[in-house]
Design a protein around this ligand. Sequence first.
Ligand SMILES: Nc1ncnc2c1ncn2[C@@H]1O[C@H](COP(=O)(O)OP(=O)(O)OP(=O)(O)O)[C@@H](O)[C@H]1O
Ligand SMILES: [Mg+2]
Length: 247
Amino acid sequence: MITIERLKKSFDDTPVLKSIDLQVNKGEVVCLVGASGSGKTTLLRCLNLLETPDEGRIKIGDKEVSFGEKPISKKDIKDIRKYSGMVFQGFHLFPHMTLLENITQAPLTAKQQEKDVIMKEAEVLLEKVGLSEHQDKYPDALSGGQQQRAAIARALMMHPEVMLFDEPTSALDPQLVREVLKVIESLAKDGQTMVIVTHEMHFARRIADKAFFMDDGYIVEEGPADQVLANPKEDRTREFLALLEDE
Ligand SMILES: Nc1ncnc2c1ncn2[C@@H]1O[C@H](COP(=O)(O)OP(=O)(O)OP(=O)(O)O)[C@@H](O)[C@H]1O
Ligand SMILES: [Mg+2]
């Protein structure tokens, strides 16, 4: 589903992704862990071209783009973005739209389906994330956990082949974390391919097939999630996990 090869990205001459190789198969749940500043968000943003990599190659679905040889086109960006839906730490709902409007805005604009099909699907998804009774409220009137579940529903409305989550629960109070993790876990059960940046290690071990540990712009360890997150081979991974346990 996703193949990344020798991906590099610098900001102002400071290399952030130094040479990333990574593969995600269809239906896999992959988690990405690593210290603050190691490049996790940058990697996710490169995956849907919110950042343009300097070098390397990304293949996602049937679309393949190489970087560094010639500038990427608007069509490349559009084609790549079609495959993924992103959920951010800070929800990013539109404040002036109700939940229902938030989640139907993109599909209604894209006009890929009839309006009544889109509205029906919105109803089903809001039910799935437990927000049916809140569909006419504005984001301001909802808890962080509810807003994040709405953000997940909004991304799902576009039928992405891959869902990308960047620390989806780190802005939430502890009692709200579980309801969001439950929704993500149900997507995993449905076979949704996902890449999740998270510090929720118990959750990651339970739902992820594979884990990648990033350090200083490289992936320094990868393997089955329960091995990488419970019995890592690399010292750097071990040190990072020990720090998390101390928190
Ligand atoms: N737009 C940008 N301009 C300049 N530097 C940036 C930009 N985005 C990220 N960086 C730098 O790149 C490095 C990696 O940032 P990134 O956000 O990818 O790390 P992260 O692993 O997601 O960290 P965290 O766990 O804190 O979210 C950091 O040093 C950051 O300051
Ligand atoms: Mg980040």
